[in-house]
Design a protein around this ligand. Structure first.
Ligand SMILES: [Zn+2]
Length: 64
């Protein structure tokens, strides 16, 4: 399934969930990165983060 990378805004066939983005409505959107951006940013994939840190996003969330 193709997702848009949060960092480079390019579609990636290998999206990696890295966090949850809070939205005004309930719930949140999953933030995906492509593998190169994940490496560039040194972000730990959501599946490898310790329990309890779900939703913690170690990148700046900017609104445009
Ligand atoms: Zn990317």
């Amino acid at each position: 399934m193709t997702k848009i990378c949060r960092e480079c805004d390019e579609p990636t066939i290998e999206p990696i969930p890295v966090g949850l983005e809070p939205t005004l409505s309930c719930g949140g959107r999953v933030i995906y990165l492509c593998p190169p951006c994940l490496l560039d940013l040194g972000i730990v994939p959501l599946s490898q983060q310790p329990k309890g840190s779900l939703g913690y996003v170690p990148i700046e969330v900017t609104t445009s």
